[in-house]
Each structure stands twice: as C-alpha cells, then as structure tokens.
Ligand binder design. Structure first.
Ligand code: AMP
Length: 428
C-alpha cells in the first residue's frame, strides 16, 4: 500500500515525501480514507502508531478543498491532554500543510496568553489546544468555536485520566451540532465508551497496535537493589555504560528533582520534566534531550505521556509504577521503530508487590540481574500487619470489571486498561 492510493491530494503527497515517509502505517491506511469521506472515527491508537498523520492529513485535505472563509474562523479543533503533545501535533500539522494555504496554531497554559491571542486574531484554520487554556480564552471572548467543522479528541483516555471530562463537555457545547468527530484513545474504558457514545455519530471503528509497545521487542531487566543505593546505582550505570540517552521514570515530582540534582552533581547532563515545571523549562528540557545536549531525562508518568522521542536506547524505572499498566507505557518508550531497546527496573524490597502486579499483567516473570557491588541486602524487618496496612492505604481497589474489552486483547500488554485517576498515588 502506498500513500498514492489513499486519495490524498498532490500537495499532501509532496509533504509526505518531504517528511520521508514511504508507506502509510496501519492506522493511516485505515483512517485516512474514512476521514476523507467525512465520517466519524473512533480509533484505538496511541503515540507511536503514526496516528497524528492519520487524522491530520485527511483533515487538512478536507479544509483545503473548501473555499477559505475571508476571516479564517477555526474550522478544525484538536484537543489534547498535554502541552507537549499539543506542540508536537502543531509541528506535524505545519509540516503536512507546507504546500497548502492552511494556517494553524497551538494554545496551552503555562505561558502568557498575549502571543496566542494575537495569532488567533489574525485567523487560523486549525487550532490545537489543551482544554484549560481553550476555555479560558473562550470565556474571555477571545476565540469562537462556532465554525468548527472537525473536532479531534486526541489521547482521550489521558484527558479523562487528567480530569478533563468536564472541560471536554463544555467544549462540546460550544461547537456546532453538525460536525465531524474523531476520537483517539489508547484504551477503551467504560468512561471513554460513554464519552464516545455521547458525541460520535455512527463512528467507524479503527484499531491499530503500535509497533513499539509490545514488550517482546524490549529487553527487560529487573535489578533487586536497596532503595538507598538507587541513585548511586543509576549514576554508575550511566557512567560505566557510557549511556548517551536515557529516559528515567520516578514516581514523584520531588523524586525526579532530587535524582536530577544528583546526576548533575555527578557530571551527567540531566533535566527533570514533570507537572510542576514551567512550560518553558519543559520545552527546553525536551528540546535538549532530543538534540542530545541533555543525556538523561528524568520524568514522571504524566509528564512523559505522548512525547515522541524516536529510538530511545534505554528506559529506566528508577521506581516501579504503582499502576502496572504504566510499566508497559514506560517501556514502550524504548525499542521504537523495530529497534531493540533496554528497559531496566531498579526494584527495592518495598516494591515487591508492584513487581508482582506487573508480572501478572504481562503474564511472565521478568529476567533479573545482579549489579556487582550493589547486591541487595536482606529485607528490612517489618511488622507484617503494618506493611499490609501501608499497602492497603497506598493502592486503590481494582475495578472488578477489569477494564474495557473493546480491542479484544489484540495488544495483550497494553490493552484492557481501565484507567482511572484515583488509582495513581501521586498527581505527577
Ligand atoms: P505518532 O504516533 O503520530 O506520534 O507518530 C509517531 C512517529 O512516527 C512520528 O515521529 C512520525 O513522524 C512518524 N511517522 C508517522 N507516519 C509515518 C510513516 N508513514 N512512515 C514513517 N514514519 C511515520
């Protein structure tokens, strides 16, 4: 299958060629013709599948095929959960519309609104936005959504995870009734299905499993270590292995900062990225990491979501996530595009339960290794009842339904996630 057979116009084919894509990804093959027909789409896809081009290319073609209204009202709105993802989508939209007369921009919080408002005033066809800033500007009468023809909800499950349901509903009330809707979500929980039923019109279901999330492609290793030695261990690993690029996950924002400081003191260029960082700091850290001036990016789960960093050789779980599905998402950051990646987890006695949950989800026990000089000491003596109590407090009960089964377990390791923000112990 080639892009030529999908019904895309010459300016778009030229842009695709310029990007260097030769064949459409499965989601693009399925999605592009359907969107071009003006139909609603409910797609199961996550970052790494090429989904952005899957909705952007046909959307641009639809807009370009119409006569551009003189004042350029917002005709397509893409809602995304995070600023990073929003910025990334804009980059893609701009690249794909290189040979079209389409204007696009992005708005998100954490930065001054002035420049965003000025751009909007000049007129844009495609607006990519995070819900908070969008509604803020709308409340101030600085933008109008009454001419939106295509609405895209990208990473809808993450938007719900992050508590944006109310905002999404508000946006739905502001756009015209008659419009095309595209919903992308990595998972299909009850909440997502409910949301989808509420506003999609006879949607065509599209499924795609990302190449990069299958755990089989990733060389996983568990090291049982003492909690207090973790910082020294990871620094030694980076130095001895001469790692040039690694993404390191911590469970908390504070933990990310602390680890980053230690690495910097050890002479390793590192940056932390999490919800408490300013947008400027997050953008700078990500840009530095992508171009190689920053070797180690220390991130919390939420901050790292949706970030597209191709060919990451190492992912490290400095701490295991307490939501087992997050492990799969984390390790999906390595081994991208068919390359082999290494996912290392430093597991202390305190995290034994988390490891058990992850292995249960993956239906396999993960290979373990020993780091010479950092062998784990005996488990600290704890009152077993106190431990039970602590664990009980730390975790929220599982959803007995086991999550949505919409994608029939096609991607065994990452599907079936019934996410719910309450399950996360820290709003990172
Ligand atoms: P996405 O899932 O949209 O975030 O895309 C993941 C990555 O795949 C991005 O770096 C895209 O530039 C790249 N990509 C998208 N479509 C294709 C394609 N057809 N061929 C090669 N790379 C692609």
């Amino acid at each position: 299958m080639s892009f030529n057979s999908l019904g895309l116009s010459d300016p778009l084919l030229k842009a695709i060629q310029k990007k260097g894509y030769t064949t459409p990804s499965p989601i693009q093959e399925k999605c592009i013709p359907i969107v071009l027909q003006g139909k609603d789409v409910l797609a199961s896809a996550q970052t790494g599948t090429g989904k952005t081009a899957g909705f952007t290319l046909p959307l641009l073609q639809l807009l370009a095929g119409e006569q551009t209204p003189q004042k350029r009202p917002i005709r397509a709105l893409v809602l995304t959960p995070t600023r990073e993802l929003a910025a990334q989508i804009l980059e893609n939209v701009r690249e794909y519309s290189t040979f079209l007369k389409i204007k696009s921009t992005v708005i998100f919080g954490g930065v001054k609104q002035g420049p965003q408002v000025n751009t909007l005033r000049n007129g844009v066809d495609v607006l990519i936005a995070t819900p908070g800033r969008l509604l803020d500007l709308q409340d101030q009468g600085l933008l109008s959504l009454k001419d939106v023809e295509v609405l895209v909800l990208d990473e809808a499950d993450r938007m719900l995870d992050m508590g944006f349901l109310r905002d999404i509903k508000k946006v739905l009330a502001l756009v015209p009734q008659k419009r095309q809707n595209l919903l992308f979500s990595a998972t299909f929980s009850k909440e997502i299905k409910k949301l989808a039923n509420g506003f999609l019109n006879n949607p065509v279901l599209v499924e795609a499993t990302p190449e990069n999330t299958t755990a089989e492609k990733v060389n996983q290793k568990i090291y049982h270590v003492d909690k207090v030695k973790k910082r020294a261990i990871i620094i030694a690993m980076i130095k001895e292995g001469n790692w040039q690029q690694a993404l390191v996950f911590t469970r908390t924002k504070h933990g990310a900062n602390k680890l980053c400081e230690k690495m910097q003191k050890a002479g390793i260029t590192a940056a932390a990225i999490h919800g408490n960082k300013t947008q400027g700091a997050r953008t700078k850290a990500l840009a530095g990491f992508k171009e190689g001036s920053i070797r180690i990016l220390v991130a919390t789960d939420i901050a790292a979501r949706g970030i597209d960093i191709p060919l990451l050789p190492h992912v490290v779980n400095f701490e295991l996530p307490n939501v087992p599905e997050d492990y799969v998402h984390r390790i999906g950051r390595t081994g991208r595009a068919g390359a082999n990646g290494i996912a290392i987890s430093l597991v202390s006695h305190e995290e034994a339960d988390y490891l058990r949950d992850i292995e249960k989800l993956l239906k396999q026990s993960l290979p373990t290794g020993i780091i010479e000089g950092f062998e784990q000491g005996p488990a600290p003596e704890i009152d077993p009842n106190a431990n039970k109590q602590q664990n009980r407090n730390h975790r929220k009960p599982r959803n007995k339904n086991g999550g949505g089964n919409w994608n029939r377990n096609k991607n065994k390791n990452s599907g079936n996630r019934n996410k719910n923000s309450n399950r996360r112990s820290d709003n990172n």
